[in-house]
Design a protein around this ligand. Structure first.
Ligand SMILES: [Zn+2]
Length: 420
């Protein structure tokens, strides 16, 4: 076959010639023929010229693409990952993790590791934990987690997958409530917790009888041998899956997309319930505070046993990876801080989930969750109007240019805080 070579070095097959002698080039890309080193493509992304590029279309993403100047597939994957809200909001040394990654990649900031023991798991990401895989690797290296234990930290499904309620009604998992009972292998089980698990890459796994499930490739299904395996392992190893209709096999995987996913946590001895009629392992969510507390204890205990880091380092390390992965908040105020609710003033300590509190512009917003972030260094700030607030250096305030800055940034740059 004849090929046409472009100035960037990319080659595509020639299907024939036009009357004027110009080649008819077959530009239809396949996963095999896309060159990963096309200089023009990387230059385009480095200019922030991302209009029409999946995931990078917004102005903000174009801006980050321009700053990062990706030149490898690894940089591109990282770019998509570091523009997630959790990473952008995660501030360390007065700078977001996103900017730390960009500066380290561009050689503006030296690569350093939170602890030398992390070099193995983080060398490809300049010392920054940006992927869940980084966290899983750290959990295995430092805390000696088994693959299954490390897996506690992820997994999720499409909110449109269905479950069967006790009254026989079929409903979307996104619409079920805590306390409702749903069908499992041996009767019904209660939903103990439910949470949004953020944007994840999901696939549609289609079975030989037409049943299907949309979930991450790490989501686990109960197989014929009574063990749960990830959907991807089930497909590659051709293992039979238990379902309402007996043993079924995954025939093909289609459609990969990034969607808001959901997790539920059920009260079943094996943590199994029927999802789209398929025996599915419950997804354990990273935002469930109780489970995170359990992971934290497991992690610290594991580290002590492994002996690579000491207990204090293990605690710091868990908090460090938690922050980047949105497992916890890095912004906190002290418990005696007063907020104004619709009816009275309350301290943060007494605020409950569901309380309606006042925001700027005299609007009200509902408290969705409240998390104890442990003992931290706090500072007392006194404003010109005499008001005082105690918070960490990572807590953010709205400043005179209407942007949010951390207390650290406000100190460093003398920004003016807006107050009532
Ligand atoms: Zn090219």
């Amino acid at each position: 076959m004849e090929y046409h070579q472009f100035s960037c070095g990319c080659k595509f097959p020639i299907q024939g010639y036009f009357e004027d002698g110009k080649p008819k080039i077959d530009l239809s890309p396949t996963i095999e023929n896309i060159p990963l080193d096309c200089s023009r493509t990387w230059e385009m992304l480095g200019r922030g010229d991302t209009f029409g590029v999946f995931q990078l279309e917004s102005n903000q993403c174009a801006g980050f693409s321009k700053k990062l100047k990706p030149s490898t597939l690894g940089h591109l994957a990282a770019l998509v990952s570091i523009i997630r809200p959790g990473v952008i909001e995660c501030i360390e040394d007065g700078k977001s993790m996103t900017n730390h990654y960009i500066d380290r990649k561009n050689g503006v900031e030296p690569v350093k590791y939170f602890h030398p023991a992390l070099e193995n798991s983080l060398k490809n990401t300049y010392g920054i934990a940006i992927y869940q895989e980084n966290v899983l690797q750290i959990s295995r290296d430092i805390a000696g987690f088994s693959l299954q234990e490390a897996d506690l930290l992820r997994k999720c499904v499409d909110p449109n997958c269905t479950v069967e309620l006790e009254n026989g009604e079929i409903t979307k998992i996104g619409d079920v409530n805590i306390g409702q009972k749903i069908k499992t292998l041996d009767g019904y089980t209660t939903i103990l917790d439910k949470f949004n698990n953020g944007e994840q890459l999901v696939y549609k796994f289609i079975f030989n009888n037409g049943q299907f499930i949309v979930c991450t490739d790490t989501h686990k299904l109960l197989c014929e041998d009574g063990i749960c395996y990830s959907a991807y392992d089930i497909f590659t190893k051709r293992i039979g899956v238990q379902s309402i209709n007996g043993i079924i096999f995954i025939e093909k995987i289609t459609k990969a997309e990034i969607i808001e996913t959901i997790d539920i946590y059920v009260d079943h001895p094996k943590n199994i319930y029927y999802l789209n009629g398929i025996a599915s392992h419950n997804s354990i969510g990273k935002k469930s505070t109780e489970l995170m507390a359990k992971c934290r204890t497991m992690f610290i205990d594991g580290c002590k046993k492994q002996g690579i880091v000491n207990e204090a380092e293990a605690t710091q390390l868990f908090d460090w990876i938690s922050v980047g992965q949105r497992y916890a908040f890095n912004k906190c105020v002290s418990l005696d801080t007063i907020v104004e609710t619709k009816y009275e003033n309350k301290t943060i300590d007494n605020i409950e989930i569901g309380d309606v509190i006042k925001t700027k512009n005299n609007e009200y917003t509902t408290i969705l969750d409240k998390i104890n972030t442990g003992i931290q260094d706090i500072y007392e700030v006194e404003l010109e109007n005499g008001k005082k607030i105690k918070c960490t250096l990572a807590h953010k305030f709205v400043c005179s240019d209407n942007k949010l800055y951390t207390l650290q940034e406000i100190f460093d740059s003398n920004y003016e805080i807006i107050c009532e």
